[in-house]
Ligand binder design. Structure first.
Ligand code: FAD
Ligand code: DLZ
Length: 506
């Protein structure tokens, strides 16, 4: 009996569960570019181009492997505009006994498929996504009964279960975490390797034209377009990272430099999330670099922790708390997202750098996302739902399962501390320590209040004061509150007054 195998745009792997169970001689694979997926937020042009081109390349590879693939292009005149519409259209022409799909990464689409199945006369089989190390059940077992969830403990279990960087039962090097060796500010004179630039082939050029004509009003610069769109080229990016950037990954993980968009980051998240690379193979490659003496332990451990620790942990948090997680607003923040998140038109040099590279590359590294655009939005009291929609739209690696916990939880503290133990709030001093942005900024980072003061400075105190009722009992903020309480009242007034002026101008 023939099955219809639906492969989503972020499931571009030959090992995806739905394909593993299928028979190329019998079953029919459906892949579809649809308006609904391309339009549920205003995705960055590069994100759409990346996915459509990677989808087209993957469909071609499947056909070469002998699969019967039904590929629907966005500009197909009969395109119904939705994935469920395309399932129905295909099965009208080719009757099938069931539809098989690997669980989608977003609650929105999972529910839409389940609703469709309820009303349909063919059954839907939804398979666990085996690209993740930790199933929903496994995460549930770990989380159940714990008063507070903390990534670090979850991560240790993932280390044990994968055996990555393990020396028998003990962590390699005697410690689980080497972060105290990381987080150096970037110095002048570093040689910074760039991610490999893949030249667009004919398929990609055709997609770029399509995106320009259909999504010309979306955020972001489309060309030059250099992302890998095949597994082969994504693997080349992994090799480049392991050889050139990984050795310094740990040291400069939290650094920022004006004009340097990638530093020693891997720039692999969009490939991993779309299925071109498998998370475990990426970690094994990095582990090998360590054992072969090509990278120090603090780099390899730090990198592997991001993937088997943070990446798996945030996914667990997402599915345990949906629906509803993306609506959380613990701090009751309501201010609209400032226009400069779309234009980069701001005098704050760090924000302008983060937003303009986001516009140009659909990429920013973790500290830019967390401590610049994220920190500013939280300090300024921006509505977390608007912040969430911005992040979901602008990054090539953004899908709700990973974006929402990072934004709603880690960066905006809108979940009230479910994911992380404290709000990532920082004044200009932090940005100055970790970057060289402040030197060329029109604001002075050493000025705490007044016209020319770095806006992060008064906003930091205003944020703490504004949210005192909700944050006062957080042990990690005790010191900050007692510093505030010891400040003379006129000084406090200056801070709050400066903050008011910044906020009024947003
Ligand atoms: P590297 O710095 O080289 O890290 C290696 C890998 O670790 C990444 O490729 C990624 O797979 C994983 N990783 C690292 N940190 C995290 C994390 N916190 N959560 C999950 N995986 C992580 N990541 C996304 O994949 N999609 C998102 O939409 C996304 N939104 C974010 C929003 C905010 C506000 C913040 C603070 C972080 C967000 N992240 C997101 C996590 C992280 O910033 C990106 O994974 C990383 O910047 C991608 O660049 P890279 O591949 O060069 O990462
Ligand atoms: C992000 C995205 C976009 C822009 N377009 C498509 C598409 O046309 N067809 C498709 O199958 N998938 C697309 N995707 C990825 C889906 O949105 C993604 O599978 C879900 O959000 C679940 O993670």
């Amino acid at each position: 009996e023939r099955s219809l195998i639906l492969i989503l745009g972020d499931q571009l792997s030959r090992n995806i569960a739905a394909l593993k169970r299928a028979d190329p001689d019998r079953d029919i694979v459906l892949m579809a570019e649809v308006a609904e997926e391309a339009g549920y937020v205003q995705h960055h042009k590069k994100k759409i181009a990346f996915l459509f081109s990677a989808m087209r390349h993957f469909a071609t590879e499947l056909k070469e492997d002998g699969w019967q693939v039904h590929y629907v292009r966005l500009d197909d005149p009969d395109n119904s505009g939705s994935l469920t519409g395309e399932i129905d259209r295909l099965r009208a022409a080719h009757p099938v006994a069931r539809v098989v799909v690997t669980e989608p990464g977003e609650y929105r689409l999972k529910s839409a498929l389940q609703d469709w199945a309820e009303a349909s006369d063919v059954p839907l089989e939804m398979l666990q996504d085996s690209r993740f190390l930790c199933s929903h059940e496994r995460f549930g077992e770990w989380a159940e009964g714990r008063k507070q969830l903390r990534m670090e403990y979850f991560y240790r279990e993932m280390r044990r279960e994968t055996g990555l960087l393990m020396d028998g039962d003990e962590p390699e090097g005697g410690k689980w975490n080497f972060d105290h060796e990381n987080r150096k500010p970037a110095e002048d004179g570093l040689t910074l390797p760039e991610p490999p630039q893949t030249s667009p082939d004919e398929i990609t050029e055709e997609v770029l034209d399509l995106v320009e004509s259909q999504f010309g009003d979306h955020f972001g610069t489309l060309r030059p377009f250099w992302f890998a769109v095949t597994r082969e080229d994504a693997l080349a990016s992994l090799e480049r990272f392991a050889a050139e950037a990984l050795p310094h990954f740990g040291d400069y993980q939290d650094a920022m430099l004006e004009g340097e968009r990638f530093l020693y980051h891997s720039v692999l998240s969009h490939y991993i999330n779309a299925g071109l690379l498998e998370p475990l193979e990426v970690c094994r490659r990095v582990e090998r670099a360590y054992y072969e003496g090509d990278a120090p332990l603090n780099a390899a451990e730090g990198f592997i922790r991001q993937i088997i620790g943070w990446r798996e942990y945030v996914r667990g948090i997402y599915w345990r708390n949906m629906p509803g997680y993306t609506e959380q607003n613990f701090l009751e923040a309501t201010r609209p997202l400032p226009g400069f998140y779309w234009t980069a038109d701001t005098d704050m040099a760090c924000v302008a750098a983060a937003v303009s590279q986001t516009r140009d590359e659909a990429y920013a590294h973790h500290i830019q996302r967390l401590m610049v655009t994220g920190n500013f939005a939280m300090l300024a009291g921006i509505d977390p739902h608007q912040v969430h929609e911005w992040y979901l739209a602008v990054y090539a690696d953004a899908y709700e399962w990973v974006e929402a916990p990072n934004v709603i939880g880690m960066s905006q503290y809108a979940d009230g501390g479910l994911l992380g133990s404290k709000p990532y709030a920082a004044s200009g001093n932090y940005i100055n320590k970790m970057s060289d942005h402040c030197a060329g900024c029109r604001y002075s980072v050493t000025k705490k209040t007044g016209e020319d003061a770095c806006p992060f400075n008064p906003l930091y105190w205003d944020f703490l004061v504004r949210n005192r009722d909700k944050l006062r009992n957080n042990p990690r903020l005790k010191r900050a509150y007692s510093t505030w309480d010891r400040m003379p009242e006129p000084r406090q007034e200056e801070y709050l007054d400066s903050a008011r002026k910044v906020l009024d101008q947003l």
